[in-house]
Design a protein around this ligand. Structure first.
Ligand SMILES: CC(C)(COP(=O)(O)OP(=O)(O)OC[C@H]1O[C@@H](n2cnc3c(N)ncnc32)[C@H](O)[C@@H]1OP(=O)(O)O)[C@@H](O)C(=O)NCCC(=O)NCCS
Length: 133
């Protein structure tokens, strides 16, 4: 099965590709739908992995909003200063049909490659064993 992976700034993708990405984020759940497109367009990079012509996995290097950063920091009990951790790895989602092929690793690595050596944080549920792996 051949796959292709693309990573660039949201504005460099077509509106159809951005819509495709947004749909995948929604499928993954755990997001506040209001304002999602704006948050998505402010990301540093979106990553789309296609299997043949079908979107199989996504990830992003996000620029978290201050209020969100503060909430996450307080709830995790970890300092997350923007100067040290300007980015967040997020919106990692693999469509069920494509799971178990290490695509989560591929899209996460690609997103992380866009951080220019600067700090990145990420959050996951404590029981999400696949994401932790
Ligand atoms: C979490 C998710 C992205 C993982 O993608 P995936 O295609 O299922 O997993 P991968 O094939 O990329 O495997 C990644 C690693 O997890 C391991 N893994 C996969 N499923 C696992 C499970 N249920 N339990 C434990 N480990 C698991 C794999 O063995 C692999 O580790 P390895 O490289 O050491 O062998 C995917 O299940 C998903 O989209 N879930 C719903 C959305 C989500 O939870 N996103 C993350 C939010 S933080």
């Amino acid at each position: 099965m051949s796959s292709t992976i693309e990573s660039k700034s949201p504005r460099e993708f077509s509106s159809e590709q951005v819509a495709e990405f947004e749909q995948a984020v929604r499928e993954g759940g755990e997001v506040v739908p209001a304002g999602l497109r704006d948050r998505l367009m402010s990301a540093r990079a979106l990553v789309l992995l296609h299997e043949e012509k079908k979107l199989a996995a996504i990830a992003a290097l996000k620029m978290p909003l201050t209020a969100y950063r503060t909430r996450v920091s307080e709830s995790a009990g970890v300092d997350l200063p923007a100067s040290t951790y300007p980015f967040e790895l997020g919106w990692v989602y693999v469509y069920p049909f494509a799971r178990g092929r290490r695509y989560s690793q591929a899209v996460s690595s690609k997103a992380l490659s866009k951080c220019d050596g600067r700090g990145v944080f990420a959050t996951s549920r404590a029981d999400n064993a696949a994401m932790h792996a």
